[in-house]
Design a protein around this ligand. Structure first.
Ligand code: NIG
Ligand code: FE
Length: 413
């Protein structure tokens, strides 16, 4: 019997009888819909209904007593790099000694370090490691995830990464979206031939990735020492020709016009945005492009945080994601991302929850399926132990507050 009735819910967050789509922006992000003392019914993997305990349905259901805990939709982590060959804690130690991320990258560390290792590692081993990371974040409340390539930087190795992501998609208990990030760094073989590498992406890597259904999106790391706005535009244009929309890394260290280039190419999201001008914010607002903020990267690099407060006060919607990767954010713990959003970017707890649920779902075009508790949406949920308020979630940043995970209407063990 594929029905699960959850009772004894102290607060059901993102309760959404109408099935909201689209992201929350500006002042809307402050209001988090909630139903007190509630039940929730899941049927065949979907949310079938919910209401106050006084209206709780009778019947022969599987039952789960939430024990006075709160229920939220699962986190949607819309930006990760969890397929990688090896951790990079030696770079972490170099930064402690005083080197910057850019200095380490210039010495062949950083992304190129990961690329050397990944090229040597067989697909099966990469898959096993990435699956372990994926299952780790599922236990921490992530109920949908995006994963990028970008540590291969040759046609064969980029496709190998995308094949690993496809296997993850086929075996993971949660939805997985794949993004081609061949333009993550200039590979050493092309050090003197930037155009040659962009040509290779546009003419070979991207068409095959799209043609074989290995990618849903295309990404470019637009940054001073990486790819320039015009190179990004060429790649995003090629993406459109092959049915892949852009989701880009931009304005992590410098504002070079990457946001405007992404807007011109109708990118779905612009991610990072640690360094933005007032003009950048105005342009994003006018274009209706979604910023995805990744505060664990500036936390780990001891860098500047994106001005989330200014963005939301200006009327923008923002999403939050983990950027789980071996160099700048070796963690996929979304609850910590919410804590950083509140403490370091002055986001309100309610805004952070919107940013990590419905807005994250929008950053992956999964808002029809996930992000709120709505009839017909996928029943991917997290149930907390009893907590005093929603603010307690980002406040108690070191505690594991999620007690039960429900995926597709089943208790995940
Ligand atoms: O999102 N900024 C570019 N890419 C990753 C870092 C990748 C790495 O250092 O391995 C990021 O922070
Ligand atoms: Fe990233």
């Amino acid at each position: 019997m594929a029905e699960l009735l959850i009772t004894g819910i102290r607060r059901l967050w993102q309760a959404d009888p109408e099935g909201r789509m689209g992201w929350q922006a500006g002042a809307e992000m402050r209001e988090l819909p909630v139903l007190h003392n509630a039940w929730l019914l899941c049927r065949e993997g979907r949310i079938a209904g919910f209401g106050p305990m006084a209206t709780c349905p009778e019947g022969d259901f599987h039952r789960l007593d939430a024990g006075g805990g709160d229920v939220l939709p699962s986190w949607v982590d819309s930006h990760t790099h969890i397929v990688y060959a090896r951790s990079r804690e030696e770079e972490f130690c170099h930064r402690i000694e005083g080197l910057t991320y850019a200095e380490i990258a210039a010495k062949g560390g950083g992304i190129l370090n990961s690329a050397t290792r990944l090229r040597e590692m067989p697909e099966d081993e990469l898959f096993e490691q990435a699956l372990e990371r994926l299952l780790e974040v599922v236990r921490m409340g992530t109920g949908a995830i995006e994963i990028k390539s970008g540590y291969g930087l040759t046609p064969e190795s980029e496709w190998k990464m995308l094949k690993v992501i496809r296997r993850l998609r086929d075996q993971a208990p949660i939805p997985v979206r794949a993004t081609l990030l061949a333009a993550h760094a200039l590979p050493p073989e092309y050090r003197e031939d930037r155009k040659g590498y962009v040509d290779l992406i546009v003419n070979e890597i991207l068409p095959r990735a799209a043609g074989e259904g290995l990618a849903d999106y295309v990404d470019v790391f637009c940054e001073k020492a990486f790819f320039q706005p015009d190179e990004m535009e060429r790649i995003l244009e090629a993406g459109w020709r092959h049915g892949l929309r852009g989701k880009v890394h931009t304005n992590q260290f410098y504002s070079l016009g990457g946001i405007q280039a992404a807007i011109r190419q109708r990118a779905l999201s612009v991610d990072h945005l640690e360094v933005v001008t007032e003009e950048d914010i105005r342009d994003l607002l006018e274009a209706g492009t979604l910023p995805v903020l990744l505060p664990s990267a500036p936390f780990f690099l001891k860098d500047t945080y994106p001005p989330a407060r200014r963005m939301i006060d200006a009327g923008l919607g923002v999403a939050l994601a983990s950027d789980f990767n071996p160099g700048t954010s070796p963690s996929g713990r979304m609850s910590f991302v919410l804590s950083l959003a509140c403490t370091q970017m002055r986001m309100r707890p309610e805004e952070a929850v919107h940013a990590a649920t419905i807005n994250g779902a929008c950053a992956l075009e999964l808002d029809r399926e996930l992000g709120t508790i709505a009839p017909g949406k996928r029943a991917n949920l997290q149930i907390t132990r009893p907590i005093p308020s929603i603010a307690y979630l980002p406040y108690a940043f070191g505690s594991d507050l999620v007690e039960t995970i429900v995926l597709d209407g089943n208790i995940y063990t």
